[in-house]
Design a protein. Structure first.
Length: 39
């Protein structure tokens, strides 16, 4: 029998091979606003 963990890893590997590794399609801009220090 194949364990749930093994089948999960196989599905993850197959999905990664199909789609390119782009977890964050948007540019890395966590803080779009300028850093204003507290007055």
């Amino acid at each position: 029998m194949v364990g749930l963990g093994d089948s999960y890893q196989l599905s993850v590997i197959s999905s990664q091979k199909k789609t390119p590794h782009t977890p964050h399609p948007t540019p890395h801009t966590p803080h779009p606003t300028p850093h204003n220090p507290p007055l």
